[in-house]
Design a protein around this ligand. Sequence first.
Ligand code: GAR
Length: 198
Amino acid sequence: MNIVVLISGRGSNLAALLEAKLPATVAAVISNKADAAGLALARAHGIPALVVAHRDYGSRAAFDAALAAAIDRHAPALVVLAGFMRILTPGFVGRYAGRLINIHPSLLPSFTGLDTHRRALEAGVKIHGCTVHFVTPELDHGPIIAQAAVPVLEDDTEVTLAARVLAEEHRILPQAVRWFAQGRLVIVDGRVRVADEL
Ligand code: GAR
């Protein structure tokens, strides 16, 4: 099973996927930013690492069409957004319906969008975390595959809280991809059920 991973930066979730020994092949890594550190990581693993720079396109639709063309060359069964920081058009999302997943650094539906750790601290929540979900046209709202919670400690800063959440991201993203590769994710009425292992 081929997967394509989309990134925008550091690539630590990509690293977690590559270390997880998944029953799937990362066929390509694509970044919308040429300076994404995750591209070098992909190349070090011998994985094709491509840039489709959003700045080169005049509209979201044109960028998404170029991105889809780059993805489809690798015929992936699954596309993983691993720190990909662009909003995707409904057309793009529809093209990959049921085979596009995202890791988000909050316990959705709380704290959609950006600056999740700062906003969690400001809200005074005692529990924070991360979510892997299927992508639907509404930002950060699709069916939830996996979540992990961490405590928010009294002396936390954005940096310490983000690090605690990130360690859990590195656990649940490979877990979700493994379940997908095993054909165990079933969406019923907008909710994900993880079927028993055969
Ligand atoms: C991760 O924390 C991921 O959850 C977040 O970006 C970071 C990427 O780190 N994604 C989003 O905020 C998506 N809206 P990484 O490049 O080291 O994997």
